[in-house]
Design a protein around this ligand. Structure first.
Ligand SMILES: [Zn+2]
Ligand SMILES: [Zn+2]
Length: 537
């Protein structure tokens, strides 16, 4: 059988693997590329996905970096089945529509900008309607049930413990009279995460696709993080102040609700108003409540004891803009949880505007803050940040809590791998930044002596066959890089270079007529790299 690595390799987004056996073609995951123009350009060129010839998409979970291109594929003629758990389908309903909405807004903005430059109108990658339409093709399965996908191919979904409904996918394939087994880890959860179960162990298999998001990092313990959060909330209550938590709408928000609820249930804090101010988070919370079958033991026990883990006495779900605005009239101490998680858009910005400048407010950052985002600037200690065209002073207490991750860390990934008993296991390390995937790949080789590969984008391979080697040697993204990637990169390089020169010039004027030696060293390194490339060409 053949495989092609279409995304989520040497990067964390765009997860997609094309599998081919005889005339049957199917995908595992169909994620959107995110994070920068060059990567996102890939979302527009889906010929290698062969939308019209695909029979199935096996979907590990609802996150956009795994599901986000499904509407685009339907738009391009996909008429097969998208197979996933029920919770994943429910979450996709709100997340894909939200994604369609973002695409429409983005195109509108581009069009407005383009109009002034005399350009044609920009089309969205897909629309809310496309997203709605794509839901027709979804078909749900239960965890743990082995089913026949097609003649000679059987599949089972197991809990990945990452977000509600997330799955590890096992695929058994009849090959040359015997049976071979592929495993797709999807994104693996962090053991001890509230609400969801811990990742299921897999003990057998021939080829494994293994995520590596935090393949080089260790998380702080959850217990420590929960205690830190408790102290912050207690201090805010003592000073009659507010705690603002920017959080991703799915999973993270529900974990915070659960944790705050535990504080109240255990009597560690009195009942205080808690605002969940994000329509997407509210819809997601409802989906959580509708899928109690996915909950872990502790959460199930709360339920059977008559308490709902996602209900707190004074919790307020604010859907409308008016309700959201009214939160700022409430002067009592309390907690506001709002999106986006990186403070870059949405209602959180209003709350930051109201609280960043207050000495007694607390801002609690619980997720990864990408470079260039408002959240990152706050974490990095900016004295002011710009919100709605206004410079807002940062005077509030800023806390960064590291233990709320929905991904296993290096220790967790290795512990999960340690359950495999087959020494012949072959591992494709994916879903990680290049350096991190490579590091984990090496560690797996040393620790378990499994054969490991960090695939390239666009790489094709033949598994279990005579031709395995030939195609394997033919690897290399080079052959598949489209012309436009080069020109995009060149443009980017030109622009960055110009910006750097401009900034350097300014620095010299401003300062003591001297450059920082570190800058010189960095520039020398870049120059050396370019010269090396020139020599190679
Ligand atoms: Zn995920
Ligand atoms: Zn992911």
């Amino acid at each position: 059988m053949k495989v092609e690595f279409l995304g989520g390799v040497r990067t964390v987004t765009g997860s997609a693997t094309l599998l081919e056996k005889g005339s049957l073609k199917w995908l595992v995951d169909c994620g959107m590329f995110q994070g920068g123009k060059e990567l996102e350009e890939r979302n527009w060129h889906l010929q290698p996905y062969q939308a019209k010839n695909l029979s199935f998409i096996l979907l590990t979970h609802a996150h956009i970096d795994h599901s986000g291109l499904i509407p685009k594929l339907v738009q391009e003629g996909f008429r097969g089945k998208v197979i996933c758990t029920k919770a994943t389908r429910d979450l996709c309903e709100i997340m894909l529509e939200d994604s369609g909405h973002i695409q429409e807004m983005e195109a509108e903005w581009q069009s407005r900008k383009g109009k002034r430059a005399g350009k044609k109108e920009a089309a969205p990658l897909y629309t809310v309607k496309d997203a709605e339409k794509s839901l027709r093709y979804f078909q749900t399965v239960n965890y743990g049930e082995r089913f026949t996908l097609a003649n000679g191919i059987n599949v089972r979904f197991q809990d990945a413990g990452h977000i509600l409904g997330s799955a590890i996918i096992e695929v058994w394939i009849e090959e040359g009279g015997g049976e071979k087994k592929l495993i797709f880890s999807g994104d693996l959860g962090n053991s001890g995460q509230p609400i969801v179960r811990d990742p299921s162990w897999i003990e057998e298999g021939d080829v494994l696709w293994m995520e590596s998001t935090y393949g080089n990092r260790l998380h702080k313990s959850r217990e420590e993080t929960v205690q830190e959060l408790l102290k912050i909330v207690q201090e805010a209550i003592a000073h009659e102040a507010k705690v603002i938590i920017p959080a991703f709408a799915v999973e993270r928000t529900q974990e915070i609700i659960y944790t705050l609820g535990q504080f109240v249930r255990q009597g560690s804090i009195p009942s205080i108003p808690i605002y969940i101010d994000s329509p997407l988070a509210i819809s997601a919370t409802e989906i959580f409540k509708r899928n109690p079958g996915c909950f872990d033991h502790e959460t199930q026990a709360l339920l059977s004891g008559g308490e709902h883990p996602l209900e707190i006495p004074e919790i307020n779900y604010t859907r409308t803009t008016e309700e959201s605005k009214a939160i700022n009239q409430d002067s009592r101490p309390g907690v506001i949880v709002s999106a986006s998680g990186m403070c870059d858009s949405g209602r959180i910005q209003h709350h930051l505007k109201h609280h960043l400048w207050r000495n007694d407010s607390h801002i609690v950052i619980i997720g990864y803050q990408a470079e260039g985002t408002t959240g990152r600037r706050i974490v990095d200690g900016a004295k002011t940040v710009r919100l709605f065209g206004e410079e807002i002073a940062v005077k509030a207490h800023i806390h960064t809590l590291g233990g709320f991750s929905a991904h296993a860390d290096q220790k967790g990934l290795l512990a999960w791998l340690s359950h495999f008993s087959n020494p012949q296991l072959e591992v494709f390390v994916n879903h990680g930044e290049e350096k991190i995937s490579t590091q984990l790949s090496q560690l797996i080789r040393e620790r378990f002596h499994f054969k490991t590969v960090v695939p390239l984008w666009g790489e094709k391979r033949v598994l279990f066959g005579e031709g395995e080697k030939e195609l394997a040697e033919e690897r290399g993204v080079e052959a598949f890089i489209p012309e436009e990637s080069f020109s995009t990169l060149f443009n980017q390089l030109d622009r960055t270079y110009k910006r750097v020169r401009r900034k350097l010039k300014k620095e010299k004027k401003r300062g003591d007529d001297l450059y920082d030696p570190r800058w010189l060293k960095q520039l020398e390194e870049i120059n050396k790299k370019l010269e090396e490339l020139e020599e190679e060409l």
